[in-house]
Design a protein around this ligand. Structure first.
Ligand SMILES: [Zn+2]
Length: 240
């Protein structure tokens, strides 16, 4: 129990004083001072205080999260918001996964497609990304699933076929990479990820059915409405 100063504003005749104990720490995004900061996770014990003397325990409070920089206190759900560092990593991984999924669906034969994919992945933060790296990853993935890149596509006009958006490793990866990110992105940010995938798919001509399937999966994982995904994919085909 901390001694209280003689002039403490809490020194009332009868009041409740909370004594806090730090039970953990970490890094979080502080909405108070607006950046990645360290926090202390703290629990408190309330005591009824009479003339500054703690008497009756009034039960535990918290846990709460306290910013070590600005000392603001928050409910635990403030930790649901990713740090800026974590958010950038999630965004980078999201674009990388979308690029791989589109390449796996449409194939890596076309140079323009490989260049579009590398451009998107580099811009997202993987500055060292190269065409060979992406192709190697796609081949490894194909070996893993026993399917060849670009062979998911059904012949034009037969509708989506080979690519099963619920069953493939990449569809699962898409959901894992995009779903945790989606709630933290404004609609424009979610649309931008879809459009980056669309531009890769369009780099060698119109969407193939398998590419459309992948992009529809991307839209769903990003919590875009199907009609918005359709509209965005159509708009991406029209050069502005
Ligand atoms: Zn703070």
């Amino acid at each position: 129990m901390h001694a209280q100063g003689r002039h403490s504003p809490d020194r009332r005749v009868v009041g409740v004083r909370t004594v806090w104990r730090t039970v953990g720490d970490g890094e979080f995004f502080c909405p108070g001072c607006g950046g990645d900061r360290n926090y202390h996770r703290r629990t408190g014990r309330r005591r009824l205080v009479v003339f500054g003397v703690p008497l009756l325990p009034r039960g535990p409070v918290g846990p709460i999260v306290e910013c070590t920089a600005c000392r603001c206190r928050y409910a635990m759900d403030v930790l649901d918001h990713p740090t800026t560092t974590r958010f950038s990593a999630m965004l980078r991984d999201a674009v990388h996964t979308v690029a791989l999924a589109v390449l796996a669906a449409g194939g890596t034969e076309a140079r323009t497609v490989r260049r579009a994919a590398v451009g998107a992945v580099r811009a997202a933060g993987f500055a060292d990304c190269s065409e060979e790296q992406l192709v190697t990853l796609i081949e490894a993935l194909a070996a893993d699933t026993g399917r060849l890149p670009g062979r998911y596509a059904s012949p034009p006009g037969t509708g989506p076929g080979g690519f099963d958006p619920c069953g493939t490793a990449l569809a699962i990866e898409l959901h894992e990479a995009l779903e945790p990110l989606a709630p933290h992105l404004a609609p424009a940010g979610r649309e931008s990820i879809l459009l980056q995938g669309a531009r890769i798919a369009l780099a060698d001509g119109p969407y193939r059915p398998a590419e459309r399937e992948v992009l529809a999966t991307v839209g769903r994982a990003l919590m875009l409405r199907p009609e918005d995904t359709e509209r965005l994919l159509a708009a991406a085909r029209t050069p502005s």
